[in-house]
Structures are given as C-alpha cells and as structure tokens.
Design a protein around this ligand. Structure first.
Ligand SMILES: NC(=O)c1ccc[n+]([C@@H]2O[C@H](COP(=O)([O-])OP(=O)(O)OC[C@H]3O[C@@H](n4cnc5c(N)ncnc54)[C@H](O)[C@@H]3O)[C@@H](O)[C@H]2O)c1
Length: 395
C-alpha cells in the first residue's frame, strides 16, 4: 500500500516505523506537515519520496492509495472529510473526534462516500491483549464482569494536547479513549454502554482541562468498565489492564513490569521507553515498542482488511461510541451524577440478558460461596430459594 501520512509528529513517526520496519511492502509515499521544514525533515529521515504542506495535495496525490490521519485532534474531521470527498480509504488515529458530534459527522461522511475507514486504536492490538481477548472469547474466564484499564504518565509531549479548544479536553479525552475501548473489547462491543459516572480534576498543571480522571461505564448486561487516566503520574507510563470474570481473572502489565528490568549506575545513553522519566537506576525498557504498543498488529489488520474488503477490528463506528461515552463522562463531571450515554446510532444487540449468575446447590438452595478452611473442612454459604435466608454448613 502507498500511504499518504498527514502529520509528521510523534504518532506519524511510530506509524511509519511500524509500516516500514515490519510489513515492509507498505510505504509512506507522501508526508504532509504544517511547515516545509518539518515535512522535509521527516521525509529525509524515513525515506519518503514526497513532502508537502498542502493537506489536499497529500490526500489527492496519485501515489497515495490510503490516507492515514496523525494530526492533532481538531484536524481529524477536516482530514477525514477531505479523504472521503477524494474517494480515498482513510485511517484515523484516536480519539476519532473531539466529541461524538464530530465523530458522527466523520462516520456519516465515509459511509456516504463509500470509502473504507479504520479507527487506529492500537492498544486493543497489544500482543498480551490479543492473547487475553482470545482466552476471554474462548470462555476461559466466564462472563466478563469488570474491566479496569489504566493509562497514566506525567503528561503529553506537545502544546496542542494542553489546549482544550484543539484537543477536546484533557487526560480523559486523550487516554480515556484507549481505556474505554479496551474495556469494550473485553465486555463485548455489541453490548450497549448505558451510563457513566466520572470524577475529574486539575491537580497539578496550570491548565484548564482535567489532568486526572477516573470513571465507571455501566453496560446493559451489568458489566462495568473502569477507566483510570492521569497526566500527573510520576515514574514513566503505567499501562495496565485487569479483567475480572465469573470464572477467572487476567492481569496485564504492558509497560513498567514487562519482564525486562535493568539497573544502570552509569546511565542509559539511548532512549529508554515512551514517557520514561529517568535513564539511571532501575529502568524498565521495552523490547520492541512498535510491536508492544500494538502498531504492528494494528496495521496488519487494517491494511489486510482494506486489501480483502472486510471490516477492520476497529471501525469509525467504534470511535463514535467511544466519543459518546467520553461526552457522558464530561457531563457526569459537571452534574456529579450518572449520565446516560447518548447514541444517535446503535448497531449492537438490544435487550441483552444480565450476566449475574445464580449457582444451584440443591433443590432448595443457591450456592453463595464455598471455601476450604484451615482445618481441612469445606464450608458452604447458602441462600434459601424460597425465603432468601442465608445460612452456612460444613460440606
Ligand atoms: N497511541 C496512539 O494511538 C497515539 C499516541 C500519540 C498520539 N496519538 C494521536 O495522534 C495525533 C497526533 O498526536 P502526536 O502525538 O503525533 O502530536 P505531535 O504534536 O507530536 O504531532 C502533530 C503533527 O501535526 C502537526 N500539526 C500540529 N498542529 C497543526 C496544525 N494546526 N495544522 C497542521 N498540522 C499541525 C505537527 O506539526 C506534527 O507534524 C493526535 O490525535 C493524538 O491523539 C495517538
């Protein structure tokens, strides 16, 4: 595939590393950036044949088969609408829009134009997450009841993230989108997110938007997604997920305890890992960042989907749902109450059953709990089906 990359910043670089290094047969052929200097610098560094300061020229270029949007959040809509108007397949980084209204406009534009579109949510393609999703979908942990997803670090690397006019908000919109989609992936993207409660505050930085937020998303089947995002966390980037099911548990640590731990008194002269705060003492380097963050598997999926005319794992519709959940979270911060998730378009299941389970013990009782005691006996806690009375006995 010949790629027109919009944006020559941090994500543009990660995307290009993943595209050029791994699949090999894909190539960024045109790069667009605001200034000629940065477009040409990027083109030289990554061996890109054409550099331009015109977004339209990059999109319409005859050596571009697919457009990848890696621009600040306020430019996603303009870029996607331009790609749709040009009839070019388009892939957009997260968050899809600054809010659900923008995301819906983008979804409608690509669908009306009939162009392929993918939402580039790399963190659902992290190798450990792919493995965990396979286990969950195979039934290994029963019904998913609670997914806790965390992304925290000391704050983003460019000015526009900190300006809510351009970004759409603070840590919540920047990283909540990842955590929400991770939870949806485990719970089931066809299960309707019903309501959200969220706390957010500006604890450290002299900025308007929140630099810390924690929220709960309740799904129609009773499952809970919990997101924890922060721009005030010290010590690098903490990227962890926990999945609690009726029959099992999965804990995932993607960044600070990945199995590689290194002590250096003299100091690491090279880059350590994304958002690492120190280069001496105990370090937690990451073997292959583009792969560990999911970029390699993500491009394998989305470019494969485009080639084979199938849907990618992450669609613009998913991006829209995520934006709608974040909108509800912002409303909840204001009202200090649970707020409904407003979805003008719902494409999942309706009236799903609640996942609460009732385990049979005998004709008269449900089993509440069974536990082996220190003396070797097994104690059971029971609930009488008729009266609701709770009792215990030794089995
Ligand atoms: N894991 C991920 O998926 C991930 C990680 C980081 C960033 N992102 C997303 O990627 C997008 C870009 O973020 P980034 O970290 O690369 O930012 P960045 O600041 O590093 O780079 C942004 C690029 O856009 C250009 N730009 C900035 N303002 C512009 C303007 N007004 N007009 C035209 N071009 C402009 C910059 O020159 C630069 O080339 C954001 O939407 C961000 O949320 C995704």
């Amino acid at each position: 595939m010949r790629i027109g990359l919009l944006g020559a910043g941090f994500i543009g670089m990660f995307y290009t590393m993943a595209l050029h290094d791994k699949r090999g047969r894909d190539k960024v052929t045109v790069v667009y950036s605001r200034t000629r200097e940065s477009a040409e610098k990027f083109a030289r560094q990554w061996n890109v044949p054409h550099a331009t300061t015109s977004m339209r020229e990059a999109i319409e270029h005859d050596e571009v088969d697919v457009v990848i949007v890696g621009l600040p959040n306020h430019l996603h809509k303009e870029a996607v609408l331009a790609a749709a108007a040009a009839g070019k397949p388009v892939m957009c980084t997260k968050p899809l829009g600054r809010n659900a209204a923008e995301a819906l406009e983008m979804l409608n534009a690509v669908e009306a134009a009939g162009v392929f579109a993918a939402y580039l949510e790399d963190l659902v393609y992290m190798p450990k997450t792919l493995k965990a999703l396979k286990s969950v979908r195979g039934g290994a942990i029963g019904d998913v009841l609670w997914v806790r997803s965390r992304e925290t670090h000391p704050g983003p690397h460019s000015d526009w993230f900190w300006n809510p006019e351009l970004s759409g908000g603070g840590a919540l919109v920047d990283m909540g989108c990842h955590c929400i989609e991770i939870a949806r992936s485990f719970i089931g993207k066809d299960i309707r997110p019903v309501e959200v409660v969220c706390w957010a505050d500006t604890q450290v930085h002299p900025i308007e938007p929140e630099d810390h937020a924690i929220g709960l998303v309740r799904y129609e089947n009773g499952a809970i997604g919990q997101f924890e995002v922060s721009w005030v966390f010290r010590g690098g980037m903490d990227l962890r997920d926990e999945v609690a099911g009726s029959e099992g548990t999965i804990w995932l640590n993607h960044w600070l305890r990945t199995g590689m731990e290194m002590f250096t008194a003299g100091g690491e002269k090279e880059y350590v890992a994304e958002k690492a705060e120190s280069a001496t003492g105990w370090l937690f380097p990451v073997g292959d960042e583009t792969s560990a963050l999911g970029y390699v598997d993500m491009f394998d999926d989305v470019l494969g989907a485009l080639e084979n005319s199938r849907e990618p794992v992450e669609t613009f519709y998913d991006g829209y749902v995520v934006n709608a959940i974040m909108d509800a979270a912002y409303r909840s911060c204001e009202s200090r109450k649970w707020e409904p998730v407003e979805l003008a378009v719902w494409r999942g299941r309706e009236n799903v059953e609640n996942i609460a389970v009732r385990r049979e013990y005998d004709d008269d009782h449900f089993l509440v709990k069974r536990e082996r005691m220190p003396d070797g006996s097994t104690k059971v806690i029971l609930r009488n089906k008729a009266t609701g009375e709770i009792s215990q006995r030794i089995d």
